[in-house]
Design a protein around this ligand. Structure first.
Ligand code: NDP
Ligand code: 8X3
Length: 255
């Protein structure tokens, strides 16, 4: 029987690359995102090789999420994998200079959107049982602090702990949970973060050789297709060119 993957945020970056990777392997796709035209274009392309169901929705809209999951066509009713990918960072200004609305948006999307899709799809994943997989998109920003990460990094730390806690509650169901924690990857992520500023986007990746969305899609496909008795708890990856700076130390004037 064909396996089905539910991907949140399939209109660009990792989610779109996952749609292509899973389609290539013959999986049926449920693709979500707010940008209808992009979903339709991707669906038109991938429908040539597999079955595709699109859901134009905002993951922050709990009622829309509930209705979309409840209304899944019978052909897409059994879910083998959920990729909780929809998410964003807004800005890198220091905390005192940020817009509280941006903090709301990051929490509503990265935290609340992710828990909505998880809770709503859990019964279907449990019904599938052994081998079903949830892959949550955390980030290195959830593990290490850096200036300007504030709520974005904290939202990803939530994803990490939620993933571990879920594993406890899913004991005995066969459902697996992974927190995937990438570092710098080239995608529209930075365009969104910098409010569409292409110069800042280009500067972010200049000379870095960042991870690409296809690399992440291959990694997610690997996680999901591990033997059913193995759970990858967390997986952190960075470009070779990215590592850590030291502690910042503020010094008083001497003498
Ligand atoms: P992109 O900006 O390329 O893709 C983000 C996706 O999320 C889009 O499809 C977007 O669709 C969707 N999305 C955002 N907000 C909402 C919303 N409210 N409702 C529904 N969908 C939404 O970024 P990436 O592919 O790089 O990022 C994917 C995930 O990976 C994010 O969670 C990000 O935090 C995480 N990540 C990214 C890293 C990077 O360096 N790129 C590194 C580590 C983690 P649409 O706008 O159409 O709704
Ligand atoms: C995004 C990765 O390194 O920009 O989650 O925080 S980083």
């Amino acid at each position: 029987m064909t396996s089905t993957v539910f991907i949140t945020g399939a209109t660009s970056g990792f989610g779109e690359a996952c749609a292509r990777r899973f389609a290539e392997a013959g999986w049926s796709l449920i693709l979500t995102g707010r940008r209808e035209e992009r979903l339709q274009a991707l669906s038109a392309e991938l429908s040539k090789v597999t079955s595709v169901h699109t859901l134009t929705l905002d993951v922050r809209d709990r009622k829309a999420m509930e209705a979309a999951v409840a209304g899944l066509p019978a052909q897409f009713a059994t879910i083998n994998a959920l990729i909780n990918n929809a998410g964003l960072a807004l800005g890198t200004d220091p905390a005192p200079k940020t817009d509280l609305d941006d903090w709301d948006t990051m929490v509503d999307t990265n935290v609340k959107g992710l828990i909505y899709s998880t809770r709503l799809l859990l019964p279907r994943l449990i019904a599938h049982g052994k081998g079903a997989t949830i892959v949550n998109l955390g980030s290195v920003a959830g593990n290490y602090p850096y200036p300007g990460s504030h709520v974005y990094g904290a939202s990803k730390a939530f994803v990490g702990q939620f993933s571990l806690n879920l594993r406890c509650d899913l004991q005995g169901t066969g459902v697996r949970v992974t927190n995937l924690e990438p570092g710098m990857c080239e995608s529209e992520f930075s365009l969104v973060r910098f409010g569409g500023d292409k110069a800042k986007y280009d500067a972010t990746y200049a000379g870095v050789d960042p991870i690409q969305s296809k690399d992440i899609a291959d990694t997610i496909y690997w996680i999901v297709t591990q033997p059913a008795h193995i759970n990858i708890n967390s997986l952190e990856l960075m470009p070779v060119t990215q590592s850590w700076a030291g502690f910042a130390v503020e010094r008083h004037k001497q003498g």
